[in-house]
Design a protein around this ligand. Sequence first.
Ligand code: ADP
Ligand code: ASP
Ligand code: MG
Length: 478
Amino acid sequence: MNNLPDNLLVMKFGGTSVGSAERMKAACDLIAAEAARRPVVAVVSAMSKITDLLLDATRQAEAGDRAGLNYSLSQLEHRHLTAADALVLTKQAASAKGSPSVAHQRIGEIVADFRRIVDGIQMLGHRPPRAVDEAIAAGERLSALLVAEHLKSRGIAAEAVNAAEAIVTDADFNNASPLMEATEKKARERILPILEAGVIPIVTGFNGATADGRPTTLGRGGSDFSASILAAVLGAAELWIWTDVDGIMTADPRLVPDARVLEEITYSEAAELAYAGAKVLHPRTLAPLRERRIPVWSKNSFAPEKPGTRIVPALAAGNPGARAVTSMAKVAMISLEPAGAEVGGVRIMARTLDSLSRANVEVLALSSSSYRQSFCLLVRDEELDEATQAIESALTLELAHGYVNGIEVDREVGLLAVVGEGMRGFSGVAGRIFTAISRENVNIIAIAQGWSELTIAIVVRRDGLEKAVRAVHAECHL
Ligand code: ADP
Ligand code: ASP
Ligand code: MG
């Protein structure tokens, strides 16, 4: 039976951190340096923009755009072959007869796998989520291959591992969830023997497979989640997430130039931030780690000497006030109003929420007010159609008989969220946030604050969202 290694470090590299041959070399430097001291499992994303390219290709196939599809495929191949050459994977393993190197041959095979699936999509004229999942894992398979081959070319033992052979998920294609017990067994069987042989496993992020072997993906940005799943089931001592910023910051630096790096942040704060749109972490990353109290670091692969952010169960000293502000632009608000106080607004709300949960639509925020119990809720843009259809069919009778005054949809809204455990019981934070937003002449449409006081969520007009984020950031001295 394989024993869990002591002191295992799981390192995850995001798309920009393996975005070119040069970045892959830097990632390999970081892997090699740590692997000299302790067992390491690396998890890699696809090279930056490759998942978008693959998804575009599946859409081109669906639309029967053969020329577009061929161009996408040639780009896919070209980008990885160029990287392979720059990673000096050409000469190595090439025989005297000039047969292609292992890397070139494997790139050809993975691209051919992808081509086979998109050809099928073109024939069908539509993109079953299942086929898309099988297709787009190609991005991570290619980057894992290049990283592993480059380490080998440096004389460091490494093996590319397809996470479909390690992570077991449900069959919710495009947004699958791990089945942790089954994953624990499968991941240990696949990965521990590699570690025991002194080889570094380079595992694909983003993908998995159902128990009966159908390929799945964990949702966009899901490689963070892959790494945390593996860290949990392999009993890792730490997880390091390498990205392109100095850590988790008080706001998205693309929106707020003077955002500051946080030295430490709690699991709860980081999870809330991720959930409310901070792209630096996939929203589900922390769930598998929390219970096991596995510490996580968010670090910059472009500046590895910087400390990064440590995500911990709790902060030592009290940090009063807000910690960070984040936002989501691609959201829509759905409002419902019972026709009169006698209609039973709570029942309507219950039916609405039940229908959304059955349709797998995530409710990002919910706010209710007035004696009539009108309420509004926020969903992602991309889930809006499903949401309105689900509500309409759940409330068919109420709508037909006029018990509910129609379903209103507002697409021109954005969500701003202020997060901080230190806001709990600390009076005045909300007031300052609202004042800062109104000073910018941005109208507040809805507010939601949970009992835990961990997050204050505010819905504003979308065209005022960025201004509001900067104003709140300045006002809270973040
Ligand atoms: P990776 O490819 O490494 O997974 P992502 O692009 O998914 O990287 O996430 C990193 C990006 O997240 C940063 O470039 C930054 O623009 C964005 N971001 C959003 N909110 C924050 C925040 N609060 N702190 C740090 N980065 C943030
Ligand atoms: N490559 C996938 C994506 O772009 C997963 C990830 O990068 O985390 O969504
Ligand atoms: Mg990411």
